[in-house]
Structure formats: C-alpha cells, structure tokens
Write a protein that binds this ligand. Structure first.
Ligand code: NAI
Ligand code: 15L
Length: 274
C-alpha cells in the first residue's frame, strides 16, 4: 500500500488527537479533522457526532486512511458506550466500506484485556513472560468491552470486506507518566506518532493487533507485532521512575486494582488517575 496522504483523524479535539495533530504532519500527512466538539484553532474541522452517518460518510470520502480515536475514553454508562463506541465505530466502518477507504487504525485500549495479570518478578521481564497480543479478551469495564468489540469489528471488516486495520491497544498516551502503573504502559506522544505512522503505512496488515507503548524498562506486554510493522520505539518511562516510586512505592499485587494490566479500572466502581 502506498503511503497514505490524507488521513481522517476522528477525536481530533481530544488528548491524543491534539498530540497527533501536532506530530503527524511531520510524517507528510494532510489531516482532515473530525470531532463532536469544535477543534480549537481548526476552523475547517468537521464538527459532527459519530451517530451522524451522512457527515461521517462525507468525512471519509476521498481519504486514504482513518485514524479512529473518537469515542468515550473512560468508563461510562452502558448506553453511552453503546452509542459512541459500539454504534459509532460500526458507523465509521460502514462509511469506510461505502467510500472505498481501505485502511483504518483503531484506538483500542489495554482495557480490552484489563483483567489480565501483569507479569510478576523483577523488571525487565523475560520476553516469554510478556503478555502476548493473542491473550484472550478480558475487558475490565463496559469501556474495555467496547474496545474488544471494535477489535472484532475490525476483523469482520477485513475478512468480509477487505478493509485493513491495525488495532492499537494503547497503554497510556500522555506527555508524561503520572503513576507507577504508567511506568509499564506509557506511550510517549512521539512514540505514539511513530506507531500510528507505522500502522498507517505498513504493507499487508490484514487485521493486526498491537500494544501501544514505548520501550519501557518495566514493560508488561509484547511489542513484537508492533515492531513487525516497522515501529521502533525510542522512549522509556524509566527516567520518570524515581519521583513516582518515592511517592507511591512499587505496585502491590495483593491490593485491589494493582495486580492487572487495567489497574484501577478493574475495581467496582472503576477509578482512574485524573
Ligand atoms: P479523549 O476523551 O481526550 O478524546 C476523545 C475525543 O472523542 C473527544 O474529543 C470527544 O469529543 C470525541 N468524541 C467522543 N464521542 C464522540 C462521538 N460520539 N462522536 C464524535 N466524537 C466523539 O480521549 P483520548 O485520551 O484522546 O483517547 C483517544 C482514543 O484513544 C480513545 O478512543 C481512547 O479510548 C483511546 N485510548 C486512549 C488512551 C490514552 O492513554 N489516552 C489509552 C487507551 C486508549
Ligand atoms: C485508557 O483507555 C484511557 O482512555 C486513558 O484515559 C487512560 O486511562 C488509559 O487507558 C490507562 O489505562 O491509563
């Protein structure tokens, strides 16, 4: 597949969307922006909901690929998740199919497998202990469940309609890690752009699932399927470890919300560091 030029960026007003609006143009992309809310400083952005099928279809028309970030990004009610993340992602794939767009990069999440225990023992973990992409879905929330659905939807649209997807199970993509858990799953914004670029351009991906993180010393999962796309992470959260560990100490797997990939999303009610 030739390098895509015009990419529809859904969720452009959000945290990751804002970071990628800054970083992805350096890779030669012309970004078309889409979000339910206005995108600051981008008067040409399309302001529409993923439930607006006509707007979505017009938005994907003529693009080479979609980077699908839009949706509810934390736990919510089942009905809200159903509308934005389940129906919304279905609407996006239908629009891509109808308009002949052949590549989607889907923002999945570690919370699709959030109840999976992280590897125990001293970091860095031996390669064979890292959680593989083939581990069964173990969603920790309705939110994580919607990401598991999105991955299966991507598989269906590849098998049935030939639309290729890279589903990126993002860890935590923020400017800096802000918790001890994030030392293991952090994806620096620059590495995020590297990974999304690889996912947009790699040949013959069919439907490929990858974890999205930097090359962290305390990494919990296997990045080999991401590396196979040509992704070469350059960052490591370890330089932030000192102050975080001094303040919070190491994770204690005996404590609620500290033994799994999904962290405190697994508690009832779920919690998150925001
Ligand atoms: P965010 O919540 O900051 O941004 C999401 C954007 O989607 C918002 O601008 C919102 O207005 C838009 N949106 C929500 N529902 C919509 C709808 N129905 N129609 C149109 N637009 C809608 O989330 P963030 O952090 O930027 O995450 C981006 C994507 O990556 C999300 O899908 C999230 O689930 C996923 N992700 C993010 C992680 C992270 O570390 N930031 C980790 C794992 C996954
Ligand atoms: C996610 O899926 C969320 O969208 C993000 O806000 C973070 O909470 C991240 O997971 C995480 O697990 O840290």
């Amino acid at each position: 597949m030739p390098a895509p030029r015009t990419v529809l960026l859904t969720g452009a007003a959000g945290g990751v969307g804002t970071l990628m609006r800054e970083l992805l143009p350096e890779y030669g992309y012309a970004l078309r922006l889409f979000d339910a809310v206005p995108v600051p400083g981008a008067p040409d952005a399309i302001t529409a909901d993923l439930g607006d099928v006509a707007a979505l279809r017009a938005a994907v028309r003529g693009t080479d690929a979609v980077l699908h970030l839009a949706g509810i990004s934390l736990e919510s009610t089942f009905d809200k998740i159903l509308d934005a993340n389940v129906r919304g992602t279905y609407n996006l794939y239908e629009a891509a199919r109808e308009e002949g767009v052949r590549r989607v990069v889907f923002a999945s999440s570690n919370h699709a497998v959030g109840f999976t225990p992280y590897p125990r023992g001293a970091a860095p973990h031996p390669r064979e202990a890292l959680v593989p992409v083939g581990t069964p879905h173990r969603p920790d929330t309705f939110y994580g469940l919607s990401k598991a659905f999105g991955e299966d939807l991507a598989q269906l649209y590849w098998d049935k309609h030939g639309i290729e997807t890279v589903s990126v199970r993002i860890g935590s993509c923020f400017p800096e890690p802000t918790s001890v858990r994030m030392l293991s799953i952090w994806m620096s914004p620059a590495d995020g752009a590297r990974l999304f670029h690889a996912a947009l351009t790699a040949e013959g991906v069919g439907h490929t699932v990858v974890y999205g993180s930097s090359a962290n010393t305390r990494l919990w999962w296997d990045l080999s399927s991401a590396r196979a796309l040509g992704y070469e992470p350059r960052d490591d959260s370890e330089r932030y470890a000192g102050p975080l560990l001094a303040r919070h100490g190491e994770l204690d797997p005996e404590k609620a919300g500290q033994s799994t990939l999904g962290g405190e999303f697994t508690t009832d009610p779920p919690r998150w560091n925001r």
